[in-house]
Design a protein. Structure first.
Length: 268
């Protein structure tokens, strides 16, 4: 009888343990889904002023960051290009930059697709660039076959994906072997010169949310932007995350007082 109760307790422990683990995972997934929904709603709300605020807050330098990233990526990726996917494309500025660069480099048959979850951001993108295909899909569930894309890019969007590791794995899945992942992002502060850090802190913590909130009339959205940068990963942590997902870092750099970072990694 004692052995019976012992075996029963072991079975219950295993089953309940599995149930608790599954429940905890489901809770985490639900939390991430709710967070993602709120982020999408926020971007829908600020979409009419999004481009204007971006260019004002960066003094137009964001265009240079994108141009530099595209130029460097095409110098690293030497193979023929059939398709480039721009994830979290927003209003399509980087997507269009890819299109222009491919045309200039005589990749006439290459496709460029922009992907985002925000319906209203995509509506603006389609109006701005009616010769580019834009689709409303999730970065963690891409509607593309394995090993089908040459370059995947994501500019200032990976920070807005609660399940970042899942997105990186999905990027890895759809890229061809040797395909290139290009990430542009604002990163968490690391060791920097104290004067530089103070200046960056002043801009990120005070000027950015104030000006962005005033122009967009949505203070909460730019408070979120400020907080999401402070709570994001460091450049080293991003490099480690890429490595864990099967990428080899080819190039990393920062722009304008470490304000923006770029990572370019090849699928192993």
């Amino acid at each position: 009888m004692g052995l019976y109760f012992y075996n029963l307790s072991v079975i219950l422990h295993i089953k309940l343990g599995g149930f608790m683990t599954k429940t905890a995972n489901q809770i985490e997934i639900t939390k991430n889904e709710v967070k993602q929904k709120r982020i999408i709603e926020m971007f829908n709300a600020i979409s009419p002023s999004y481009d204007k605020v971006n260019h004002i807050l960066s003094f137009g330098i964001d265009k240079l960051w994108r141009n530099s990233a595209v130029k460097k990526a095409l110098s690293i990726y030497k193979s023929d290009i059939d398709m480039i996917l721009d994830v979290a494309c927003g209003t399509g500025d980087l997507t269009n930059r890819w299109k222009e660069a491919l045309r200039k480099n005589k990749y006439k048959n290459a496709d460029v697709i922009g992907l985002d979850l925000s319906e209203k951001m995509l509506k603006i993108a389609k109006k701005k660039f009616n010769d580019i295909s834009f689709i409303q899909e999730s970065a963690t569930s891409l509607p593309f076959e394995d090993n089908s894309i040459d370059i995947v890019s994501i500019a200032y969007g990976i920070r807005n994906i609660p399940q970042m590791q899942d997105a990186l794995k999905e990027f890895h899945r759809v890229l061809k072997k040797g395909g290139l992942l290009v990430i542009l992002e604002f990163m968490k502060d690391v060791d920097e010169e104290r004067a530089l850090l103070k200046l960056k802190h002043l801009y990120m913590q005070h000027i950015l949310p104030f000006v962005g909130g005033m122009i967009s009339r949505n203070k909460g959205a730019y408070n979120y932007l400020r907080d999401s940068i402070s709570n994001f990963v460091t450049p080293k942590e991003m490099e480690n995350a890429l490595s864990k997902c099967g990428f080899n870092l080819e190039f990393s750099n920062h722009y304008t007082m470490n304000m923006s970072h770029v990572f370019m990694s090849k699928k192993l």
